[in-house]
Design a protein around this ligand. Structure first.
Ligand code: ADP
Ligand code: MG
Length: 318
């Protein structure tokens, strides 16, 4: 890296002006005003080279974009508005300034898109791997954050957009080569996910919307988190899962199972939520099933997949 640590921090700071009343990069702490009737949401995510990404497989812009995007998505999953992020990075010796320029371009693009400036962080060196940790702060009206534990028997299970695009994109990247524009679209969906922030805020203020979370590991795993936290089971109609034309096409061409990708591909960063039947939902969505009471063969956390004779468990990190 050619820039020294303090030069680098100054350079980062120059790119992230902060709103009035907030103190961002440059002191021992960031300072944010507290307002009555508002609750603060905090989440953090770590990305380790070789575990979560391979430097030769992802361009710096996408890595910057995605590092922030996955965190904003956690705020969206609670129905909050993102306020600012903190970025800690351990930079390996040979990393060039071109990498950092691309990384911060991507990080800045999504920060600007969601009005969520970088407010601080830490910069250190690493022996050989790049490690990135982002923390995000968000807020919502007190009592409005939507938790995984809020699903009720009889609720409909819904998602805000197509499932499996990102998983298909990752498989394309790993198996290569990219054949056509469709495959490129899926690859983009993997590299540059767009968190459903607006949708989350609108859903959170809709009476009748109950449990909510963002989909990072695929519904096979994420839906179970809602079911376990809520003490419920679910029935999912495999034929109702929203699949993009691009994803179905590539599955046909490459012989992949679209349902496997939709339930376990992960990293779609759509929202998964439950609502009372008849709720008027203010955002684009697809109903994929319903929440069941436990008992009569349905233990808490179990999913009955209608239209398939197998189970889908989603992506596991370990
Ligand atoms: P300290 O020694 O007090 O911890 P640092 O020298 O680590 O302070 O950081 C100085 C300022 O720069 C702080 O405001 C910190 O939040 C910010 N900062 C350091 N690294 C980063 C980074 N990678 N991204 C954003 N802000 C950073
Ligand atoms: Mg420090």
């Amino acid at each position: 890296m050619e820039k020294g640590e303090f030069e680098l921090i100054e350079w980062i700071k120059g790119q992230f002006p902060v709103p009035d009343g907030i103190l961002g990069i440059g002191d021992d702490c960031a300072v944010l005003p507290q307002r009555e009737g508002v609750e603060t949401l905090v989440s953090t995510d770590m990305l380790v080279e070789g575990v979560h990404f391979l430097l030769e497989d992802i361009d710096p812009y996408s890595l910057g974009w995605k590092s922030a995007a996955v965190n904003l998505s956690d705020i969206a999953g609670m129905g909050g508005k993102p306020i600012g992020t903190f970025l800690c990075c351990a930079l390996p010796k040979g990393l060039d300034d071109g990498f950092l320029e691309g990384f911060f371009k991507g990080y800045k693009a999504i920060s600007d898109r969601f009005d969520c400036p970088l407010l601080g962080g830490d910069t250190t060196s690493s022996k050989d791997r790049l490690c990135i940790n982002v923390t995000v702060l968000g807020e919502c009206p007190a009592g409005h954050s939507h938790k995984r534990s809020q699903a009720m028997p009889g609720d409909l299970v819904c998602v805000t957009g197509p499932l499996g695009d990102s998983g298909a994109g990752l498989k394309i990247i790993l198996e290569g080569p990219v054949a056509d524009g469709q495959e490129n679209t899926l690859r983009e969906r993997h590299y540059r996910p767009v968190p459903r922030v607006e949708e989350g805020i609108r859903l959170a203020s809709t009476p009748g919307v109950n449990a909510m979370m963002d989909i990072s590991d695929g519904i096979g795993s994420d839906l179970r988190h809602i079911l376990k936290a809520s003490g419920a089971a679910a029935r999912i109609y495999v034929r109702s899962l929203p699949l993009s034309a691009e994803m179905q096409d590539v599955c046909q061409k490459r012989g992949w199972d679209p349902v496997e990708l939709a339930t376990g591909g992960g990293e779609d960063y759509e929202l998964l939520f439950t609502c009372r039947p008849g709720t008027s939902i203010p955002v684009a969505h697809t109903v994929i099933g319903e929440i069941l009471a436990t008992g009569s063969g349905h233990d808490a956390g179990t999913v009955e997949w209608i239209g398939s004779n197998r189970d889908y468990t989603g992506f596991r990190h370990f």
